[in-house]
Design a protein around this ligand. Structure first.
Ligand SMILES: [Zn+2]
Length: 218
């Protein structure tokens, strides 16, 4: 087990009731042998590395990390339902953001986190800010690609061409464009390229299929 110092991640498309760390670990090669490294975009270079514990609400999840033997970057393999950098679930966070954009107050919107998914009182404010910062960062990184005046989820939809799932879609878009996910990572944005402030990122890079692993069942 290693410390969770990894800042880069890959999204594994899997539901909570299907996620099984031991299976992810034992079937790593089958799952990721054709996956591109988000950092260098080489294919077939990811190797199992280590693991750490991440919270999903009050549950402890084991998270596998892999390392790219080409560029040396390690990536945490974060299951889709768990929001990187936090212990909350991505679907509830997205629902909260949607309600806030529809004009609901923090108190009411945060009722999406109820029962076992209840958050600390500060969390809604943190969520609002984290989402705003994520969109601002992404707007700076992908500057000029879509209408800058669009806000929040509307801007993400325009950028990614996908409706709904704003956090998931934005992070996936980033990973396919050599940018570490920007949504809710605690770290400053990790750009997998050099001299990024001057080079505009092409709108379409990489082959989509090789950036996405979906597990519906084992
Ligand atoms: Zn790499």
């Amino acid at each position: 087990m290693s410390r969770p110092q990894t800042t880069a991640f890959i999204i594994l498309y899997i539901k909570r009731n299907v996620y099984d760390f031991e299976k992810v670990r034992s079937q790593f090669f089958i799952l990721f042998s054709t996956h591109a490294c988000p950092a260098c975009q080489e294919v077939g270079t990811l190797k199992k590395h280590a693991w750490y514990i991440k919270y999903y609400y009050n549950e402890q999840l084991q998270i596998l990390r892999c390392i790219c033997i080409s560029c040396g970057v390690t990536h945490a393999i974060i299951p889709e339902f768990s929001l990187p950098g936090t212990s909350i679930g991505i679907e509830e966070a997205e629902e909260y953001i949607k309600l806030r954009e529809q004009g609901q107050g923090r108190g009411r919107a945060s009722k999406v986190f109820s029962g076992e998914k209840v958050m600390s009182v500060n969390h809604p404010t943190v969520l609002d800010k984290a989402f705003r910062v994520a969109v601002e960062r992404a707007k700076a990184i992908f500057y000029g690609q879509v209408d800058y005046t669009l806000k929040g989820c509307a801007w993400i939809e325009a950028l990614t061409g996908k409706k709904g799932r704003p956090i998931l879609n934005l992070n996936q878009y980033c990973l396919e464009h050599r940018v570490n996910g920007v949504c809710f990572t605690r770290y400053s944005v990790l750009l997998f390229r050099e001299n990024t402030s001057r080079n505009r990122i092409p709108h379409n890079t990489g082959a989509v299929g090789t950036f996405k692993v979906v597990v519906d069942s084992w």
